[in-house]
Each structure stands twice: as C-alpha cells, then as structure tokens.
Design a protein around this ligand. Structure first.
Ligand code: SAM
Ligand code: SF4
Length: 329
C-alpha cells in the first residue's frame, strides 16, 4: 500500500540507526572525547526494531538502510540482518558502514541478499584518513572496499568534502570509478558534529565540487538521476563507475524526499533536519498495540515539514549540536 505524506510525497524508505556508538571519531561527526553515549537500556532492542520494521513494511516501507554510529559495533548485527531481509514487504536492505569491522561479514552479507553497501571513505591518503577519523584504520577500510567488490556487492563510496581537509582527494577518489564499478559520492558537510560548530558559510558546495570535477574531467557527462535520488549523478566516458554529488547542506532534494529515520534510541525523524517528531520507543514500551503504533506513525507522516529549512526553523532557537552518529546520516 503506497504511503504518502501531507505534501504528496510517497514514503517508502526507512533509515534505521542501530547504535550511536562508533569505533572512529570522524571530526565532522563526533567530538574527539567526552561523548555521552545513550545508555544500553535506552537503545531500541533488535526485537523492537524488527517489530517496528514489520509495522512500517505493512504501511508501505519497502527499503531499509542500516546505519549508526557504526552498525558493526553492535553485537550480533548479522543475526538481526537475517531477520530483516525476511520481513514481508522489505525488498531492499542497504548498509552504511565505515568498513573497519565489516570485512569478515561480507560473504554472509552477499549470501543473505544485502542490496548494497555504502562505504564511508573521505580520502585515499593514510595520513589524512587518520587526521579526519582520529584513528589509524585505513588498511581495514581498504580491505573492506576490495572485499565488497570481490563479492560483487553494489558499492558506493561516501566522501564528505571538507575545506582544508580533503579537497585534494576529490580527483583520486573519482579515479576509483575508472577501474571499478563503484559510485563515488561527494557529500556537502552538514552541521552535525555534536559540537554545534560550523562554518558560517559552506565553502564546498555541490556547485564547487562539480567545478573541480569539470576542470579535471572536461568530458564528464550528466547521467539520469533516479526520481528520489539525493545525488546529482555523472559519468566520465570510459570509466566503469559513476560520480555523485549530494547537496546535503544546500538541501536541493527535499521535494522528492521519500525517507524517514529512526534513531538508535527510538526517535522518529521525518526530516534529517528536524529534532525528532515522536518518541516511538516510549509508545512501544508503554505496551502499545501494533494498531496504535501504526496510527502514531500515520499521524507523524501527515505532519511532515515541507523541507529541511522548515524542519530546522522549528528548533533553530537552539544551537545545532546533534551528532550525525545519533541520526544515522
Ligand atoms: N558509521 C557509518 C559510516 O560512517 O558509514 C554509518 C553512520 S555515518 C553517520 C553515515 C554517513 O553520514 C557517513 O557516510 C558519513 O560520512 C556521513 N556524515 C557524518 N557526519 C556528517 C556531516 N557532518 N556532514 C555530512 N555527512 C556526514
Ligand atoms: Fe563513526 Fe560514521 Fe560518524 Fe565516522 S561518520 S564517526 S564512522 S558514525
């Protein structure tokens, strides 16, 4: 049954953060120290997540992305994934991971039919990797990249583009598309680093990223974007893979947004930029029936902000201090 919001947008995509914990400390996502993780009791259990996904699947959600924090730091993630892929109505299960702990599971992910994996990798330089993530795990991430390709799992590389940090990596990362059938996506940096700080004006906008690509690859061509794509997609003639640019800060994609988010502590977000529109865990733990939960979801979908700017205005008075590790990207 197709599900629509109050702006006529169909909703079929759930981004599910299974943990807020992480084994890296990417500076654009988390502070180096002093992170207060959500107490374990406050995280949704796998059973609760499974129940919510079943209900949402009955309502029209057909695609789920597992994210976090780092999904693979949560114990028995793979057991949960097996359950998820078996839920009627869920046609696609995708994962976003930093790749540090992922490689040993890649064959099993392939066997269970995981649709695709987004691997976060902001640089191809070991030193810069360490500076950005504050951890020395470059080799394990690279191993994961090769394991995903060896197992023919459709793979995208996510790279956040940051002034003074990794703009020299735009071309080397794009070069991956020459040899490999991967989609490399450059993401505008968003103000979600858990500290409330951000540049007054975003320097590396989607336009500026495209300029660099066009300068280096004059023959780069625009290719069609899927109707709900968050990325503008391109291909360089002769390359096996594609390049995408995600205007995450400029928010050019809200008009076709088909996604909702569940944070690790069970808060429903109907926009990346809202502060959470419903405490679904509370409703769940108060003993609500499936019907009541369905009604609560339906009510939230009928009151969705028009776009990220409207959602943000609703809590603009506070400084933006959420970390992407609790939202799930
Ligand atoms: N730990 C996993 C990973 O890094 O792939 C999954 C969670 S992470 C929050 C999901 C995505 O959000 C990653 O691709 C990451 O690069 C992106 N992200 C995190 N903070 C961001 C920010 N401030 N601006 C833009 N993208 C961000
Ligand atoms: Fe961890 Fe992913 Fe955030 Fe980096 S972007 S700190 S890997 S959750």
């Amino acid at each position: 049954m197709p599900l629509f919001d109050n702006h006529g947008r169909s909703i079929n995509y759930l981004r599910l953060a299974v943990t807020d914990r992480c084994n890296l400390r990417c500076f654009y996502c988390m502070p180096a120290e002093g992170i207060s993780y959500v107490p374990k009791m406050e995280l949704l259990t796998y059973e609760e997540m499974e129940r919510l996904v079943r209900i949402l699947a009955e309502m029209g959600i057909s695609k789920v992305r597992i994210t976090g924090g780092e999904p693979f730091v949560r114990r028995d993630l793979v057991g949960f994934l097996h359950k998820l892929v078996g839920i009627p109505g869920i046609d696609e299960v995708h994962i976003t991971t930093n790749g540090v702990l992922t490689t040993p599971y890649v064959a099993e992910l392939k066997a269970m039919g995981i649709t695709s994996v987004n691997l976060s990798l902001d640089t191809f330089d070991r030193q810069r990797f360490q500076e950005i993530t504050r951890r020395d795990e470059f080799d394990r991430v690279l191993d994961c990249f090769h394991a995903l390709l060896d197992h023919n799992i459709p793979t995208k590389i996510n790279a956040v583009v940051m002034e003074g940090r990794n703009t020299q990596d735009i071309v080397p990362l794009t070069e991956l598309t020459r040899q490999y059938p991967v989609s490399v996506r450059f993401i505008e940096e968003m103000p979600f680093n858990g500290k409330g700080s951000h540049y007054p004006v975003l320097v590396w906008t989607h336009r500026k990223i495209l300029e660099v690509l066009q300068q280096h690859y004059p023959t780069i061509e625009k290719i069609p974007d899927s109707p709900t794509s968050t990325s503008y997609n391109y291909q360089i003639p002769g390359h096996q893979g594609t390049v995408g640019i995600i205007a995450a800060f400029s928010r050019t994609f809200c008009g076709t947004c088909n996604r909702i988010r569940l944070t690790a502590q069970g808060t429903l977000k109907t926009c990346l930029y809202d502060q959470g529109v419903m405490d679904i865990k509370k409703i769940l733990r108060e003993g609500a029936s499936d019907d009541l939960i369905r009604q609560a979801f339906a009510q939230a979908f009928r009151n969705r902000a028009k776009d990220g700017f409207e959602a943000e205005q609703q809590y603009r008075q506070q400084s933006v201090s959420e970390s992407m590790s609790t939202i799930g990207g």
